[in-house]
Structures are given as C-alpha cells and as structure tokens.
Design a protein around this ligand. Structure first.
Ligand code: ADP
Ligand code: MG
Length: 313
C-alpha cells in the first residue's frame, strides 16, 4: 500500500493458537492478498486487470476483499453525493497520482473529456459469483481512498479470530482500536499537525483516546505537487475534475470501522470545511476533526460535537 503498518496487541490473553512469527506471517500474507486484489500500482492485480480490460462483455471475477470494498464504496458514493467516487481513476492518473506518470498536468479540455469517463455507474456488479463488468472501456476503478482502511479492519478481524481482543492496528495513519492498552487505559492516538515539510517537521496536533473505533485521516499536506504557486493534491473533486481546492488541510474521521472512516475522510476533504462539518453533524455514526487555514494562513480547528477532545498528557 506504499506505506508502513503497525500492529500492537495485548499478548497475555492470546491463547497461543499460533506463535508470534506465525501471526506476523498471517498478517503479511493477508496484506499481500489485499494488494494483489486492489492495488492499482501492481500490474497483475485484479483491479489493474479490470482497469486495463476493453472487453465490455466479460465478467471479471473478484475476491471477498474486492467485494466488500466495492459494496461499501457504492454506499459511500451514494451517501456523499459522489464526493467519494471510486471511479475517479482516470483523473487520478491524469493528475499524476496514479500508476501512470504523465509529463504535464491536464488542460481544461482533457479534464472535461475525462469527466465523462469518471462514472461509477460504468461498472456493473454481480453477486454470485462475485464479479464486475465494465460498460465503458476507459473506465477505471481506484480504491486507494478506502483500501487501507479495509486492510486495517481485515487485520483486526484476523487478530480477533486468534482470540485477541485488545489491540491497535495502523496502516499509513488509518487506525482501528479495540479494547484497551495493557496498562488498562484506552489506546492513545496522535493526530499529526499538517506541515509543509512533513519529513523534517512531524509534530502532533492533538492526542486523543480511541476506544473501540476506527479513525482515518485524509490530508492535502503530504501528497501533493506545486503548480503556479498552488498546491495540486491527490484528492480529486469528481464534480469538477480538478484537485480539491479549499481551506482544509486535513480531516480525521471516527467511525465504527476503519474502512468507513477512510472513505468519508476523503469525501469530507472534497466537501470542504463548512459543508463537511454540516454533513457529519447530521450523522450519529460519524464524527470528524477538521484542520484548515483561515484568510491569514493561520491554522484553525473545528470538530463535530462527538469527536473526543485532547486527552490529558
Ligand atoms: P491517503 O491515501 O493519503 O490516506 P485518501 O484516503 O484520501 O488519502 O486517498 C486518496 C487517494 O484516493 C488518491 O491518491 C486517489 O487515488 C484516490 N482519490 C482521489 N480523489 C478521490 C475521490 N474523490 N473519491 C475516491 N477516491 C479518490
Ligand atoms: Mg480515505
């Protein structure tokens, strides 16, 4: 997934169904399996093969991971008025954040042409056997905004199958917590402060306690390029075809599972601060913490009513 991961669990209660190395191997194998299903950066993956396919008759079989992510993607796509759009692949490629390496940013005509292709309804899904068919040859799926969250949940499920109930799983900043730390306290998570130079300047904006929840952060401060003094970031507004441009630097979303938190974090980045805050305030199952800049480029933070406040140090 192009990032690092970390799994922490309380071992006293692990009734040794497998030694530690065996569990580590099972986690590694699971991640390889998920990448082989949904990574657009692996040419032989299921998603890459579907994206490259031009046969509009063929049903492409997909595995359980793909099926689960596709189904949740469809729900979030509809629920966010398409702000989260897993068919955004051709635009992601054109802007240089996908597996292709274009020489220049697309012009207005190119963006316009690609918008016609970026349509999730170009994909038809069949339950049994689970498979996908394309209606437009150029259509491409991109699960990068949700697959990491799914991977986190899948590792969590694997740990639970081994009798582990107290754990913290993290892939590239997307987190799932269950139970508590061995010290009896809730797991503590740091939310990163958005910074221009994230390598040199990795500071924590806020620490929260996370109890039995998923948490995912989406931001424009880490993965971007500059053009005419403007930040071209990797989150695309599927309504305009251009990278989302608003005052938001990052959004952290809490939801029951991490796949859900991940998908909504990306959608809220597209919506922007005001619309995004209104959206989560109307939802019982979601909470969010927004970091934005005001007119004088100062950092401002906003949170929905149910988002935890900073934990005591
Ligand atoms: P990160 O990968 O940094 O955690 P996200 O979860 O927001 O961030 O995922 C961003 C990735 O999702 C982009 O690199 C791109 O592949 C894809 N993407 C971009 N815009 C959208 C969108 N509006 N809907 C769904 N996926 C998107
Ligand atoms: Mg996301």
């Amino acid at each position: 997934m192009g990032t690092t991961y970390q799994v922490t669990y309380v071992s006293a209660e692990w009734r040794a169904t497998a030694p530690r190395q065996q569990l580590a191997k099972a986690i590694e194998d699971l991640l390889v399996e998920i990448n082989q299903s949904m990574s657009t950066f692996i040419e032989s993956s299921t998603i890459s093969q579907i994206n490259a396919a031009t046969d509009l008759e063929k049903w492409h079989p997909v595995d359980r991971h793909f099926q689960a992510v596709l189904q949740r993607s469809r729900e979030v796509y509809e629920d966010t008025n398409h702000a989260f759009n897993p068919a955004v692949g051709p635009l992601v490629n054109a802007w240089g954040f996908g597996p292709e390496n274009p020489e220049a940013f697309p012009d207005e005509a190119a963006v316009h042409a690609l918008l016609a292709v970026v349509n999730f309804d170009s994909f038809e899904f069949r339950e049994s056997p689970p498979s996908v068919r394309k209606h437009i040859a150029e259509a491409k799926l991109d699960f990068s905004a949700i697959a990491k969250g799914y991977g986190v949940d899948a590792i969590g499920t694997l740990l639970e199958e081994h009798g582990i109930q107290n754990y913290l799983v993290e892939i590239g900043g997307e987190v799932r917590s269950r139970g508590r730390h061995a010290n009896g306290h809730p797991w503590r998570i740091g939310i990163e402060k958005p910074a221009e130079n994230v390598v040199a300047d990795r500071t924590i904006q806020m620490v929260i306690e996370l109890e039995n929840s998923g948490l995912a952060t989406s931001g424009t401060y880490r993965n971007y390029e500059m053009k005419d003094g403007k930040r071209i970031a990797h989150i695309i507004d599927p309504a305009t075809g251009y990278p989302a441009q608003n005052s938001l630097l990052s959004v952290s979303v809490m939801a029951g599972d991490t796949m859900t938190a991940d998908a909504y974090a990306t959608a809220l980045m597209v919506m922007g601060l005001d619309e995004g805050l209104r959206f989560v305030e109307a939802r019982k199952d979601l909470n969010a913490y927004f970091i934005a800049t005001d007119e004088s480029k100062k950092l401002v933070e906003k949170r929905s009513a149910g988002f935890p406040s900073a934990a005591n140090e």
